[in-house]
Design a protein. Structure first.
Length: 79
């Protein structure tokens, strides 16, 4: 996941051949998760530093929006 300003305009998964050399398959853009509030998104960024970016990216690709809210809120509570 990239967290720099402007990353929200980048594609979530795109064609691997179209990725730049520094873009990994674990990138999920903010714009791809409009159902998450800013505090939830920020919590998932912090969670990525604990469990890894790949784990959070997989979670965002596979869990339902309701489940994603639950993961983010659960992490906030445990912080």
């Amino acid at each position: 996941m990239e967290y720099e300003h402007g990353a929200e305009n980048q594609p979530m998964d795109g064609n691997p051949s179209m990725r730049g050399p520094s873009e990994s398959a674990t990138h999920i853009a903010r714009a791809d998760c409009p159902h998450l509030s800013d505090p939830e998104w920020e919590a998932l960024q912090r969670l990525a530093t604990v469990i890894g970016e790949a784990a959070v990216a997989t979670m965002l690709r596979t869990l339902s929006p309701t489940e994603q809210h639950g993961v983010a809120l659960g992490f906030i509570v445990k912080e």
